[in-house]
Write a protein that binds this ligand. Structure first.
Ligand code: 6LW
Length: 504
């Protein structure tokens, strides 16, 4: 254990913006790896790599085949894949997750975290979400779940050995003790948990004991992290994991949200991944407030040599790992091979209101951003969507010679604006703009403007809509906005897609 030297340098939070909750982290030599939840999206469990803990690059998705990730049509929004634990043990990477919409707890291994990951090992005897994996010195593997309960497992077969026992119920009076992670640090085993629920009361607490099975003594300073009851710009802080740097310093990754639009605020990007330094007092970890700017690690920061490209031209046969679909994706309904240099989507369900709409999107990662796509709808209907779930989305669609903006807000669905489509392929555009001044109860966190471009490139805005209705506070659930392309009848062809952060 060591406390942090102050280098005077800082880094910006969130370190992985956009809907990337429930981070779990491990370090192997100079490399850090991190996994997040993915819910109803396919492929699942995005995996990130970093060499400095601050700058992260997505290197893949652990669950990228139907045999690993089965999300039936009935999978509700925010169902599917919950809360991974990622560990490196015995020369391999181990990943354990819960598919709450079918297969329960599942374990995967890989020698390279970029993949391929193994077929799933099922754990029918492990009940409860948020499974953690920890190995004792003698190789005993403990699986600890929300509650907080623990059972010994054979991680190779998924067999449970013995019976489940309760480890800790968290702080008396606090709800939802969950997200356990067990770490051996010095002479103690530390049991890190989240408490209070994943909304404004969320927090992180910790207990320690002499063995991985306890008995556990709670930290007198619990919760060691919470922003509850504050007007801090980052809220809902919780669901954390710990990692040690090569210099002995300790770091916490956790989820948090950035509500906008006044009090209580609406967050639209989902739960994002934050990083915070950890110091130690009397053998207990201390985490102060998690801020948008924080003291940097003592080692050199290594921003990526090449800034992320604004445009994806769909010139490669495989889609980049940040593109996600809903519940499944098949080569028949999503391909760059039919018309080289174009992404072709073939409608399999109906509209964005349906769970099996053919959709390819990416997480909104900046509060203010612009997305554009060139759509050829000569063979069908398709469009550009700002999506939270099946019941909360805005879209601009080309169908039957018209460009239409539609808003779906809970039980209400309406065409907000329409006009004749320009001839030939059409550039569709959506952009979000932060609402600066609070205008009483009507202030949204942002506005979402949708429209199309004229042949000369000028933008015609068809509608500017209140972003609150595409926020988690309105829609509920565990995800955030995803921006993407879809086909609603026959085939829609997309030549390119731009994602451009704007100054907020
Ligand atoms: C996850 C639970 C939680 O399983 O939300 O914030 C649930 N924490 O630990 C879904 O992400």
């Amino acid at each position: 254990m060591s406390n942090l030297p102050d280098t005077g340098n800082t880094f910006s939070n969130p370190v992985i913006p956009g809907f990337h909750p429930d981070p779990s982290i491990c370090r192997v030599g100079d490399d850090y790896y991190l996994a997040c939840s993915s819910f109803e999206y396919f492929p699942g469990v995005p995996l990130f790599h970093s060499r400095d803990l601050v700058h992260w690059t997505q290197i893949g998705n652990a669950l990228d085949r139907p045999s690993q990730l089965h999300l039936p049509r009935e999978t509700p929004a925010s169902g599917g894949i919950y809360a991974p634990t990622l560990r490196h043990h015995d020369g391999r990477f181990w990943l354990i997750v819960t598919n709450v919409s079918g297969d329960g707890n599942l374990l995967f291994t890989a020698t390279d975290p970029a993949g391929p990951w193994s077929e799933p090992v099922r754990l029918p005897g492990v009940h409860g979400i948020d499974p953690d994996l920890a190995w004792d010195d003698d190789g005993t593997c403990w699986c600890t779940t929300a509650g907080v309960a623990q059972i010994r497992i054979d991680p190779h077969t998924g067999e449970t050995l013995g019976t489940s026992h309760r480890l800790w119920s968290g702080t008396p009076g606090a709800k939802a003790p969950e997200a356990p992670h067990l770490h051996r640090i010095g002479d103690h085993w530390y049991l890190l948990i989240a408490e209070g629920g994943t909304e404004r009361c969320h927090g992180v607490s910790i207990a320690r004991g002499p063995t991985p099975t306890g008995p556990f003594e709670p930290c007198p300073a619990n919760p060691i992290l919470t922003h509850r009851g504050t007007d801090h710009p980052i809220q809902n802080t919780g669901h954390a994991d710990l990692v040690q740097g090569p210099d002995g310093s300790w770091w916490m990754v956790l989820l948090g949200v950035r509500p906008g639009g006044g009090t209580p605020g609406w967050h639209v990007l989902g739960r994002e991944t934050y990083l915070a330094p950890v110091t130690w007092t009397d053998g207990w970890p201390v985490v102060g407030e998690v801020s948008l700017t924080m003291p940097a690690p003592a080692w050199p920061l290594l921003p990526p040599a090449i800034a992320p490209e604004v445009r994806d031209d769909f010139d490669t046969s495989e889609l980049a790992p940040h593109w996600v679909s809903l519940r499944h994706r098949s080569a028949e309904d999503c391909t760059t091979k039919e018309r080289p240099g174009w992404l072709t989507l073939r409608a399999r369900g109906g509209s964005l209101d349906e769970p099996d709409v053919t959709f390819v999107g990416r997480r909104q990662q900046h509060v203010a951003c612009r997305v554009r796509t060139l759509l050829d709808a000569a063979d069908g209907h398709g469009g550009l969507a700002v999506r939270l779930d099946e019941q909360h989305h805005y879209s601009v669609e080309v169908s039957s010679g018209q460009v239409r903006v539609r808003a779906r807000i809970g039980p209400l669905s309406t065409i907000v604006a329409s006009r004749p489509a320009p001839a030939g392929p059409v550039v569709l555009r959506a952009e979000t703009e932060v609402v600066r001044a609070a205008h009483g109860p009507l202030a949204g966190p942002d506005t979402v403007t949708l429209g199309c471009e004229e042949p000369d490139g000028t933008f015609t805005a068809l509608a500017s809509l209140d972003g609150r209705y595409l926020s988690t506070e309105v829609a509920g659930g565990f995800t955030g906005r995803v921006l993407g392309m879809y086909a609603s009848a026959d085939s829609a062809h997309f030549d390119w897609f731009d994602y451009e952060p704007l100054d907020d």
